[in-house]
Design a protein around this ligand. Structure first.
Ligand SMILES: Nc1ncnc2c1ncn2[C@@H]1O[C@H](COP(=O)(O)OP(=O)(O)OP(=O)(O)O)[C@@H](O)[C@H]1O
Ligand SMILES: [Mg+2]
Length: 348
């Protein structure tokens, strides 16, 4: 029997079988006892048997099927959907709809399982990264303090130098912990933005000035390109400063010596698009999708000498998304990297 047989069809087959069977019995009895058969009575009885069997079987089957389907819908956690479907569909359509709903449910569940596995892996990686990043400054600070404790403590220059080294490691520890706290605040939506109108050109020049020393060390040129002398945006100035600081410092740190960082401000209808481009070694495509993850660092061997934790871009993304704006990255090996993000225009 077809797997799509509906209760009506099953009831029809059954009642036909019952009708044929009772006809055979009726005719055999009439033949054995030599009874006279009136064709009209016979046909009428046959019809009544067929019809009542049909109705009875159909009723029982539908009750049975519905009760099973109800359990299926309860199992897949959609009892209300069952009521809707039952109202809208005949019993035969209902079976097909149930098949579709269960298949849909199975696909969703598989997707959820894959997501959970990914998150589990991400969580394990995250715990490993936190421990690793915290361990290094703790061990360093501990090493300097132990050396001091083992020494005669008679050379003030030596004592000061070791205390300063221990202190800088403790400062690094503090930076990592406060960055992590900040990310977790953003992720749980506990950050309130203080939006105001400010001039982005002025802010970019201020951040350029701040990173002048770092740029000079690498002989990097910082250039701003804007059609207007003032560009007013509506955003949280402290947070956007953080964004610019990280993107500009990254372009210097991970750019090349004697390189150039260009910042372009493009006027979109209701937003400005800000592009920060360097002509450094670039990032290979396999790293790009994970670049904004916490602790993710693209080229660990090259970055080892650069003092970064890989938390900066995660904070940047959280800040831009809290402003309901977007950030993207594109990069080509040996050509350079461009980060672009939007900001809301200030319209008085
Ligand atoms: N302009 C760039 N060119 C090449 N690689 C980059 C660039 N910007 C970021 N990266 C890569 O992305 C990684 C993550 O950057 P992110 O700013 O999150 O961390 P960081 O600079 O290493 O540390 P932090 O910003 O926390 O001090 C970097 O380690 C680097 O590998
Ligand atoms: Mg950074």
């Amino acid at each position: 029997m077809s797997r799509n047989a509906s209760p009506t069809l099953l009831a029809l087959y059954t009642s036909m079988a019952v009708a044929i069977f009772s006809t055979a019995i009726f005719l055999s009895i009439s033949y054995i006892f030599k009874m006279e058969v009136y064709p009209l009575y016979y046909l009428l009885t046959l019809f009544i048997i067929f019809f009542t069997t049909f109705l009875l079987f159909r009723f029982i089957l539908i009750r049975f099927v519905y009760s099973k389907i109800k359990i299926i819908y309860k199992t897949i956690g959609r009892p209300l959907k069952f009521q809707e479907e039952a109202k809208l569909n005949s019993s035969s359509n209902l079976i097909k709809t149930v098949e579709r709903d269960v298949a849909e449910w199975a696909i969703n569940k598989n997707k959820q399982i894959r997501e959970l596995r990914k998150m589990e892996l991400y969580r394990k990686e995250f715990v490993g990264n936190v421990s690793h990043e915290l361990k290094t400054p703790i061990f360093n600070a501990q090493g300097y303090i132990e050396t001091l404790l083992d020494s005669d403590l008679d050379d003030p220059t030596f004592i000061k130098m070791y205390l300063e080294k221990a202190n800088s490691n403790i400062e690094r520890l503090e930076t990592i912990v406060s960055d992590l706290l900040e990310i977790s605040k953003f992720e749980s939506g506990r950050v309130e933005l203080n939006k105001e109108a400010f001039d982005l050109v002025k802010l970019i020049k201020k951040v350029f000035f701040q990173y002048q020393h770092l740029a000079q060390r690498q002989n990097t040129t910082l250039k701003l390109h804007s059609d207007e002398n003032t560009v007013f945006v509506f955003a949280d100035i402290k947070r956007i400063t953080q964004v610019l600081e990280n993107l500009i410092s990254n372009s210097i740190k991970y750019g090349r010596e004697n390189g150039t960082t260009h910042i372009y401000i493009h006027d979109l209808d209701e937003q400005f698009l800000i592009e920060i481009s360097d002509n450094g070694p670039g990032i290979s495509p396999e790293h790009l999708p994970r670049l904004f993850e916490r602790f993710y660092r693209a080229d660990k061997s090259r970055n080892r000498k650069i003092n970064g934790t890989g938390l900066g871009l995660s904070i940047v993304k959280n800040i831009i998304e809290a402003h309901e704006q977007t950030i993207n990255v594109s990069s080509e090996l040996d050509k350079g990297t461009t980060f672009s993000f939007t900001l809301q225009k200030y319209i008085p």
